[in-house]
Design a protein around this ligand. Sequence first.
Ligand code: SF4
Length: 236
Amino acid sequence: MLRPVDEEVEAGEFGAWLEATVASLRGGAAVEVPCGSCVGCCVSAYFIPLRPGDRGARARIPAQVLVDAPDQPPGHAMMGHGADGHCPMLAAGRCTIYPDRPQTCRDYDCRIFAAAGIEAGGPQRRVINQRVRAWRFSHAHADLQRVHDAIRLAAAFIRDRWQAFPGHCAPTAPTGIAVLALKAYPVFLDGGAAAGLDDAGRALAIIQASRDFDQGSGLGPGLPGLLASTDPPSPA
Ligand code: SF4
């Protein structure tokens, strides 16, 4: 579980965030992130993939900051970072190509770690982890607090019980853990399927829930219904 910090930053209403993030995972538009002055993901030693659609970014990023990456499909490239972990396009604390920044930068939403109750990574992700600890979601009603709790239970299980997955196939990177938890939270909702299963059974249930999500179904008792619920607000 994340250790909260004194500083708090509004992450928005959890149900609205979840609905937009699910839509984005299913190929919809990227979620708008209220980064404010935070440039955590620009100083955290990320390699930034450049895709064929990143034409504006490619036109402005000098070739000498691109790095070799094996097995890249045609038209793809990878931008490296400095020894200090900073993106080469960051200057004076600002992105110098912001209107043309790559799609990966537009897609990055560190609230997914706050939603899952996990950190974004180790020491190189220190600045992002500070922001992750500071995010505070509000919950429009109690059902959404229950969904949030289930996502955190799923993430903790995937992170801590990865050996229960067949072939140890569970994701170990924080983004993979958080995304899988978001897809498979119904397994842990109100005890859900997880209640009567051992760890191996829970792992299989998570895999099945993820497949259901990827096939366009899943999310258990119906996220739209939960979003529309009029239960009284619950504490964040
Ligand atoms: S391209 Fe801009 S937004 Fe993306 S990591 Fe670099 S500085 Fe940050």
